[in-house]
Design a protein around this ligand. Structure first.
Ligand SMILES: [Zn+2]
Length: 233
């Protein structure tokens, strides 16, 4: 592991916090109106102890290497780009797990996101980028396959929460092995870190057998982000 990689890991938390503060700034911009809170729009995710069934999306977690929000372009220069997800570093080949039960609505391998799958769970969409493997077609149906990892996922397939759906790779635009994890709610980007925080706090409370969180406490606010270009992975 190079020095650079270690620095990235150490600064991961800092970047993560930077991402959070940038998102806070975004929510203050006058044009972006707050549209909806999760609790009023989904029967699964926001009420009571509903986050308990959600799975952390990767095994062998190492660090958060890039947070959600605006950042300097990875291609250099003074350009800024919108980073549409959370980068989670893990050793190449580590298994990726489905965050929430849903249906595979897309598999692909031809863009900056690399080999990826998109899963829809109610109003939520979760995207997993830079995976090992590729997309193939049989009898007109598309599927993602990672032969070495023993994973095959078809478009249209139902996937339970916590199931292995692929492995961390370096396909698409990336300089090191990591999972780019993107979340949308009703077509609006959501900061995955907020969702992980809600999950963790609820799962911790459950383990300590403390009283359940109220729906109010587990609310994740969704901001209108439809105008933001899908640029950064
Ligand atoms: Zn990313």
């Amino acid at each position: 592991m190079s020095n650079r990689r270690q620095r990235v890991a150490i600064y991961g938390t800092g970047l993560f916090l930077l991402g959070l503060s940038i998102v806070t700034l975004i929510t203050l911009l006058p044009k972006l109106e707050k549209v909806k809170a999760v609790q009023s729009h989904t029967n699964q995710i926001a009420t009571g102890n509903s986050w308990l069934a959600a799975s952390f999306p990767v095994e062998n977690f190492q660090a958060y290497t890039s947070g959600f929000g605006y950042r300097r372009s990875a291609t250099g220069g003074n350009n800024w780009e919108f980073h549409s997800g959370l980068d989670i570093a893990a050793p190449q080949g580590s298994y990726i797990r489905n965050w929430w039960a849903g249906t595979v609505i897309q598999v692909g391998d031809r863009n900056a996101c690399g080999t990826h799958i998109v899963i829809k769970s109610g109003e939520w969409q979760h995207t997993y980028c830079h995976m090992e493997g590729q997309v193939e077609t049989a009898s007109g149906h598309r599927y993602f396959i990672d032969r070495a990892g023993g994973v095959q996922i078809w478009e249209g397939q139902q996937i339970p929460a916590g199931v292995r759906i692929g492995r961390v790779g370096m396909t698409g635009r990336t300089t090191g092995p990591h999972l780019h994890w993107g979340l949308k709610y009703s077509d609006n980007y959501v900061n995955p870190a907020m969702v992980l925080q809600a999950m963790f706090s609820q799962q911790q409370l459950a383990r300590s057998s403390a009283p359940r969180l109220t729906p109010q406490q587990s609310t994740v606010t969704i901001d209108n982000s439809k105008s933001i270009q899908d640029s950064g992975y």
